[in-house]
Write a protein that binds this ligand. Structure first.
Ligand code: ATP
Ligand code: MG
Length: 766
């Protein structure tokens, strides 16, 4: 039976269809997650093309290039290949494209380069040097942020120089000459034919402002302008959009879609004010507003939970979201004793879901608040042979700051490691530059010795010699302890003495803090490697040296083969920020603990908490069928075992929407994880809930009150306390001196008997 293919507009509901076909004049769609906003934009474009609009007359601004690509693919399916000529992409990518064509008007070559953050910083640093300013006072990162926000507010160097408020701020920050650096920076960029990310917006605005003919050209060209995720556009982006649309006699065919409840970029200057501004700016131009209320993405429990969570925020545009997809699965909450357990349990659950519901890897996402949290999940996915990709960033062990420290540690274990030597010798900068390194390399070549050996003997200018000696001493001293010392303490010393840690601490920008967090997460990982794995169920003692740690992670990192890169059926790991607009059958939102999510940085203010809650709202509304929320009672943070209370957001989820596992004790050993046999641990006992909101028990003991005794003091017959396993009785001790192993009976555990290596274990005698 041949069936007429459905007309594309039949794939929209009534209101969606109205919004998609109201092509002329300004249109605003403010609606909740999963209600088809992006779908409306997509079909609107298809409709425009069907009605005869040329694809290149359509400008569609999306949040990621990925979503632009998906949009195009969908449109091509409806109207054919010609749709690939539409201008769809992010603000930055499309604006760069316009700037390439029009570069000559603003004194740039059309092949201008785009400076990334590192380029920007190194240029700022060289300007600081040229101006003979003190680099320890004038910090590149801080200055970069100042310049960036000046540009975003359309403040030129000239305006900056005359802006009393900014100058006062700079004086207070002890950097009165920022304006000079800014001026030099702008002229140097221009001379170099380079634009930084901010310039792509700033310069375009300038172009449209100062060259009415160019502005007119693009106003004529783009007959239809569409913006997705409008709630997260910043003032400058909106100003540019207005330049392209809002002008006497311009067509003003603009459609913006967004959700005020999903506004999550306040820290980048996005405000919901834009939505209000839009209504005001286009009020006189026959603005049409549409409300979409049906959620097509998620099943009812998930929608119910999302509605309940967001109702805790104060100001928002009233929306009533409902789903017809059936009740679906209830939300699962996983509680684990520690972050390692959380990682394993999430991987476990993924395996289970895959086999039970026939999910593909690409149906699954793990979302976290900060990128530094990815480490533990990456480790377990690798152990379980589950392919994954970290989006919006590098996988943990590929991150620069992580590799920097790992290079030092490798050098400590093996001073002959050339690659590690080259990476570390002048990082952080200690004045051993290219020329010195060449000398070292050539001496090494002549004498047939390693670079590290050659560094000891090569002739160098006095200051460089001094720096080299410091480096040699650091590595040699650490080397001498490497076989016996606690890997964590050693790594921590190297992190400090190398200067890597201080270097990162200086950077207080958002990216800088993220780097510091990654660096700390690596150290925390080493700490749990040392301290957690004290359980023994074989006759061999665990090897806790740095060498053993490095071997462990080398196996984990030797993974990025091409095969994996081309594989599209992978599990997605990403920050919640990056997940905006996306959807997955199964979503895990992890690390739901007080001070982690909501982030400790936002907890002081109501605005901060509201933004975190919107972020959580975005996270849970990515799920179509399965939503799993997880948290750990303890985790290492900044080198200290931290006991965590569950996130307040968990308590905002109605109990009816949560899986009713009033008492679910899982087997301590993972069925899927033979490598982890020795890591047997107690896992989630989800407390019984009353009706109302979910309740959570507090962990047993506050780690700040916990005072472990030195290992030598532990004896048979004692009652002891372990931070994670609770109270226990020492049944037996065998092995001598450094290798004493205690067999302890922990009464609260399903498998009470544990063998623990005393050298690493923390036990308090009761
Ligand atoms: P977000 O706020 O998260 O960006 P959104 O409002 O943009 O969400 P979409 O991504 O457009 O929502 O739609 C969510 C899901 O629902 C998509 O899979 C989409 O294809 C589907 N969908 C939307 N409208 C309909 C419809 N009328 N019929 C069938 N499926 C639909
Ligand atoms: Mg969308």
């Amino acid at each position: 039976v041949s069936q007429r293919p459905p007309h594309y507009l039949d794939e929209l509901n009534e209101v969606q269809r109205q919004a998609a076909t109201a092509t002329e004049g300004p249109v605003l769609v403010i609606a909740g997650p999963g209600s088809g906003k992006t779908r409306v934009l997509t079909y609107r474009i298809a409709h425009l093309i069907e009605k005869g609009t040329a694809p290149w007359e359509i400008l569609a601004l999306t949040f990621t290039n990925k979503s632009a690509r998906e949009m195009k693919e969908r449109i091509v399916k409806v109207v054919g290949q010609k749709a690939s000529d539409i201008w769809a992409g992010t603000f930055h990518s499309l604006f760069a494209r316009i700037l390439r064509v029009e570069a000559k008007h603003i004194g740039y070559p059309s092949n201008f380069t785009i400076y990334d953050t590192d380029d920007t910083k190194s240029l700022i640093n060289s300007i600081i040097k040229e101006l003979n300013l003190d680099k320890t006072v004038y910090q590149a990162n801080a200055i970069k942020n100042r310049i960036s926000s000046a540009k975003s507010s359309l403040i030129t160097p000239k305006l900056y120089m005359n802006n009393a408020e900014l100058l006062t701020q700079d004086k207070q920050a002890k950097m009165p000459l920022v304006h000079k650096i800014y001026a030099a920076y702008v002229s140097r960029c221009k001379k170099a034919g380079a634009m930084d990310f901010d310039d792509l917006l700033y310069r375009l605005f300038e172009l449209l402002q100062n060259h009415p003919d160019v502005a007119k050209k693009y106003r004529r060209k783009f007959k239809y302008v569409l913006v997705d995720e409008f709630q997260d556009t910043n003032t400058l982006q909106y100003a540019i959009v207005k330049k392209l649309v809002l002008y006497p006699k311009s067509p003003r065919n603009i459609c913006v879609v967004g959700d005020d409840a999903q506004s999550i970029y306040a820290f980048r200057g996005a405000t919901i004010q834009n939505i209000l501004d839009f209504e005001r700016d286009f009020a006189d131009h026959g603005i049409q507003t549409f409300k979409l209320e049906q959620n097509y993405r998620s099943t009812e429990h998930i929608v119910q939970a999302a509605n309940a969570v967001i109702s805790h925020n104060r100001r928002q545009i009233q929306k009533n979201i409902w789903s017809h997809k059936g009740e679906g699965q209830k939300i699962k909450i996983i509680r684990e004793m520690d972050d390692t357990g959380e990682g394993r349990r999430v991987a476990d659950t993924i395996v289970e879901q895959k086999s039970r519901y026939h999910l593909k890897n690409e149906d699954i996402a793990i979302l976290y608040r900060t990128n530094a949290q990815s480490r533990i999940f990456e480790e377990y996915l690798r152990k379980f042979n589950l392919p994954y990709r970290v989006y919006g960033g590098l996988s943990f062990y590929q991150r620069k700051e992580v590799k920097d420290l790992v290079a030092y540690l490798r050098l400590v274990v093996n001073p002959n490691d050339e690659e590690a030597f080259r990476r570390s010798i002048n990082n952080p900068k200690r004045g051993i530059g290219g020329t010195s390194l060449e000398k070292v390399a050539s001496l090494a070549g002549q004498q047939g010795i390693t670079l590290f050996e050659a560094l000891k003997h090569v002739a160098l200018p006095k200051r460089t010699r001094h720096a080299a000696d410091g480096f040699i001493e650091l590595i040699t001293k650490a080397r001498a302890k490497a076989d016996t010392a606690n890997a964590y303490e050693l790594a921590e010393t190297v992190a400090r003495k190398s200067g890597l840690l201080d270097n990162l601490r200086k950077d207080v920008s958002i990216e800088g803090m993220a780097r510091l967090e990654n660096f700390q997460a690596l150290l925390d990982g080493i700490k749990s490697f040392v301290e957690e794995d004290t359980l023994i169920d074989t006759d061999t003692l665990p090897d806790k040296t740095l060498a053993s740690y490095l071997q462990n992670i080398a196996l984990l990192t030797d993974f990025d083969s091409n095969e994996e890169k081309n594989n599209t059926d992978v599990i997605t790991l990403m920050s919640v920020h990056a997940a905006k607009g996306l959807e997955f059958k199964s979503v895990f939102v992890v690390g739901l603990e007080k001070e982690l999510f909501p982030s400790f940085m936002s907890m002081g203010t109501i605005e901060g908490m509201d933004e975190e809650r919107r972020l959580f709202y975005v996270a849970i509304t990515r799920a179509e069928q399965f939503l799993t929320l997880s948290y750990a009672n303890t985790r290492y943070r900044y080198g200290k075992m931290k006991m965590n209370e569950p996130s307040v957001f968990l308590t905002e989820i109605p109990a009816e929407a949560v899986e009713n596992t009033s008492y679910s004790r899982r087997s301590e050993k993972s069925e899927y994880d033979p490598l982890e046999r020795q890591r047997a641990k107690v896992s989630g006992i989800v407390p019984i809930r009353k009706r109302g909101t979910a309740k959570f028990t507090k962990p047993k003991m506050d780690p700040s009150k916990f005072k472990p005794n030195p290992p030598a003091e532990i004896e048979e017959g004692q009652n002891v306390m372990h931070l994670k396993f609770g109270e226990g009785r020492v049944v037996k001790i065998d092995g001598g001196a450094d290798n004493r192993i205690a067999t302890i009976h922990f009464s609260g555990l399903a498998q009470p008997e544990k063998r623990i290596m005393l050298r690493f274990a923390k036990l308090q005698v009761l």
